[in-house]
Design a protein around this ligand. Structure first.
Ligand code: ATP
Length: 316
């Protein structure tokens, strides 16, 4: 459904570029010199702790607020008035016309972005069908459950066929089945060539869906790259171990930052750079070891390690 725009870069080349974007609210520097390059056709995770500057950055991209400095380019061009027609935005605070029928709502939002009426109605029906909402077609939005309204908002974000879609906490308030449904649709839209900026605190979801991520903290980008690249830069591992008897891991193991037991198996988190194999001998010496496995770091563990490292550097 993506609209054809003559100026689109090749897949993999930057579609959205931010250079040195900064924004202060009074004395609070919300965003401080953010550089980003989001490749066309990718799902790009935009992650960070509360107050990191994600919403401020997204609002700058959407021209809702004006940055103090820096530039934002879509397909190499500064974002002008028409550029916003090429971006679909699902904000964290939802905004639908509550008294409008679902089908009318979707068609209207598509028309606002230049889709002719007839085509807009057709697309609205397709989206309602894809989302399993056809029987709610002629119901007013405010008679739908919160999750259903969220799905309508999701359809509204994509219906005009934007080149770039910004999804801010798209899964919030959804049950696991609907999360799965929307995840599949995001992947389908990516396959059709849509570029997606995926902002979330749900790191396990980001890990499943993103090609690359950017981690922002204190208004600065502290980590970015493909998932593979960020894993290489943050070699934080966990080790799982179990013993035939009630042996517990020694409390003075070098480089272990956290130890937890779950269903008879101990999980040990290792400090950055600590190699799992270095523990094998010590754990085997503690008792009759029946399980030893080293796990690659989750995005959540990388997130915590990167933020801790950055805060340590700032404090020093
Ligand atoms: P969250 O994950 O909690 O939504 P965020 O990463 O989206 O956070 P922002 O909302 O961009 O973060 O906020 C960045 C910083 O700017 C925070 O310290 C916040 O308090 C501050 N801030 C945001 N909006 C305003 C505003 N309108 N006036 C003053 N300060 C603001």
């Amino acid at each position: 459904m993506t609209t054809n725009h003559a100026t689109l870069p090749a897949v993999g080349e930057p579609l959205l570029t931010l250079r040195g974007v900064s924004k202060a609210y009074g004395t609070k520097q919300a965003v401080a010199g953010v550089d980003l390059a989001i490749p066309r056709g990718s799902i790009y995770g935009f992650l960070g702790p509360n107050g990191a500057g994600k919403t401020t950055t997204i609002r700058s991209i959407m021209n809702i607020i004006l940055p103090d400095s820096g530039e934002i380019l879509l397909a190499g061009e500064p974002l002008g008035a028409t550029a916003r027609d090429r971006i679909g935005y699902l904000p964290e605070e939802r905004g639908l016309y509550r008294k409008m029928k679902c089908v009318e709502q979707l068609a209207y939002l598509a028309e606002l972005k230049g889709v002719p009426r007839r085509e807009a109605m057709e697309r609205a029906d397709v989206w309602l069908e894809r989302l399993g909402l056809t029987e709610n077609r002629d119901k007013k939005v405010d008679t739908l459950s919160k999750g259903m309204q969220q799905k309508i908002q999701f359809a509204a974000t994509f219906i005009s066929g934007p080149d770039l879609v910004i999804l801010d906490e798209v899964f919030s308030g959804l049950d696991p089945l609907n999360i799965e449904l929307l995840r599949e649709m995001i992947l389908e839209e990516k396959e059709k060539g849509t570029t997606i900026l995926f902002s979330t605190h749900m790191l396990a979801e980001a890990e499943k869906i993103c090609d690359a991520i950017c981690l922002i903290e204190g208004g600065e980008v502290i980590l970015d790259g493909t998932l593979q690249q960020v894993r290489e830069r943050f070699p934080v591992h966990t080790v799982r171990a179990a013993w035939r008897d009630e042996t517990e891991p020694p409390t003075d193991l070098p480089g272990v930052t956290r130890r937890e037991k779950s269903e008879g198996v101990w999980e040990l988190a290792l400090a950055e750079g600590v190699v799992p194999d270095s523990l094998l001998e010590l754990l085997a010496a503690a008792g009759p070891l029946t399980l030893f496995s080293a796990n690659r770091p989750s995005l959540g563990e990388i997130f915590l390690a990167a933020v801790a490292r950055h805060r340590g550097e700032v404090a020093a």
